[in-house]
Every structure is written in structure tokens, then in C-alpha cells.
Write a protein that binds this ligand. Sequence first.
Ligand code: KG4
Ligand code: ZN
Length: 344
Amino acid sequence: MNGPGRILGIETSCDETAAAVVVEGNRVLSSVVSSQVDIHARYGGVVPEIAGRAHVDLLTPVVAEALVEAGLDARGADGDGAPGVAAVAATVGPGLIGSLLVGVSAAKSLALVWDVPFVAVNHLEAHLYGAFLEEPDLELPLVVLLVSGGHTLLVAMEDHGRYRLLGQTIDDAAGEAFDKVARFLGLGYPGGPAIDRQASDGRGDAIAFPRALSDEGLDFSFSGLKTAVITHVRKHPEVSIADVAASFQEAVVDVLVSKARRAATAVGARGLCLAGGVAANSVLRERILDACAADGLRAFVPSRSMCTDNAAMVAAAGWWRLRSDGPSPLDTGADPGLRLAGAR
Ligand code: KG4
Ligand code: ZN
């Protein structure tokens, strides 16, 4: 491999334009994230066409900044003509097609110009590697609770690149439920952090919202909970919004934590790991730590900035993929519905 395993990662699957340089899957030299939150906030959610155009505008300066911060020049070299970037990795899916294409095209172009491998990265796998970046000595097998705006998965990670899907949502993703409930409550976008903040002023036991499928298997369902919140607020317009936010959050966290615990026991995992944007939730983080302490499991709770979309996790996953599978063909396309390998 060219140079000391420095991978340039590029992430443009949704509304964060991000680039990072990471050495050998665990040392972050730079990680730049340009959020489009302000652009989409007035629409109450991500507008795909606007997201794609914003990536086009933002990606070149974001990549340039990531290279400069990592001590590399615009050619991806390290100044003295010594080898610089060893490979370029980009998220190829799942995500918004117009957004994915911007990052994938840029990554392939840079790989061609610099004559280094291109590595196609699955966004879900990248989230799993977010935890490895901060905890290089994670012990396998692990159960990962991957909760984001688009996905809610319980995954057994048996080895690098070897996953078993244990459970997933049958309707809304957990982050989607946070975003929809926040929009209904008039708390703005993105909804997760807004509910997290409101909830800190309310009581989680104020309203007994339903815990769907709580005794059935490891799948999740959140759309009934969203409807229950709407019905409750319409029936009780005087209700405290902070109590609604706290009680809704309590219901989501309750099912996430109890199923993650059950999954860890079922597969004999050594630890439980959080990943994805919803893993930035303060109550979820606290409860997972408590549950692991009670069950004698190691808890891996990445920093909040590593939970939400970033390119350091893409570069880390790219390094492992390159080691196991080699470079990806340049005709690898963006795939909005890409699944995690091993998913049922
Ligand atoms: O992983 P991510 O950045 O993007 C996707 O791949 O979807 O996750 C974004 C999701 C959004 O639904 C957002 O509302 C949620 O993560 N989120 C949170 C928190 N911070 C972000 N949900 C609950 N509590 C938070 N503190
Ligand atoms: Zn994500």
C-alpha cells in the first residue's frame, strides 16, 4: 500500500458534506464536517435536490481543508514528494442518490488522478467503524445498536466485515421518529437534539406511551408511538411539551436498551456498542452504560461527533475493506438501497 496507510474518506450520503484523513483505520489526522442543517431547517427536513446541489458546492473546499489539516498538499502528497494518500474511500450507499453521486464521483476522480485505489464504503459499516476509531481494542463478538435517521439495526459483529443482522425496524427508524415527533411538537429540525434538550426539562414517566413489540423478538416498531404522541397532544392540548418530549424519548430508549441487552445475551457478546446519529442522545448513552454495568458487558459509546455522520468513520471502514477485499472497481455505482453484508 502506498504511504503509511493514509486514507482519504469522503461522506455525502445525506446532509453532511465531510472529508477526513485517517491512518490505518485508527489515527485521525483531520476530520472536516460541513453540515447543511441550516439550509434544510426552513423546510423541516432534508430536501434531496437541495442536498445534492449543496454537496457540489461544499465538497471541494471540504476535501481541501481535510488535506491541508492532515499536512498534505492538493495532490494528496505530503510536501516532500513522499507518498501521501494511499487510497480514496467514499460512501456508495445507502443514502440519497443525488448526494451519494457527488462524493462517489469526486472520490473516483481523485483516485484516478493520484493513481491510488478507490474503495467503496457502506455507510452502515462506516457507522460501525466509528466506534473502532475511538476504541481500537474493541473485543469481538460485539452487539452494535445502530440507530440513525434512516436505520435502526441490531447487528452482531463477529469479525471485521462479518455481521449478522439480529433485528431491525419494521417501519420508522428511531431517528425518523424523533424528527417527526419534533416537527409535530414545533421543536424544529433536526428533531433528535431538539427533543433531547426539551426532555431535560420534563418527566419521562409523565405519560405512559406504548412500547411496541417489547416482548417479541428483536425487531422494532416506532410508527405507533409517533401516532400515540400525536393523539395524546390533540386530546390534551394543555399538556407540557417537555413532559411529552421526555416521555416519548423514554419510550424509545426503553425498547432500544432492552432489546440491545437481550441481543447481547443471545449471542454471548463481550460488549455493546452504540452507533449512528441517535446514539448522540443523552438518555440513551446513560442507559446503555448502566445496562452494561449491570450485565457485566463492556460498553462502547463513541463521542457524539463520531455518532453523527462524518468521514473519519468512512476512511476507517475503507482501510479495513481495502485490507480484506482490495480496491473497488471504478465502475462501482452509488446504491441508495445498499444493505449491510449479511443482512437478511
Ligand atoms: O447518522 P446520522 O447523522 O444520519 C443518518 O445516517 O441518518 O443520524 C441523524 C439522525 C437524525 O434523525 C437526528 O434527529 C438523530 O440522528 N439525532 C438524535 C440526536 N442527535 C441526532 N436523536 C436523538 N437524540 C439526539 N441527541
Ligand atoms: Zn449516518
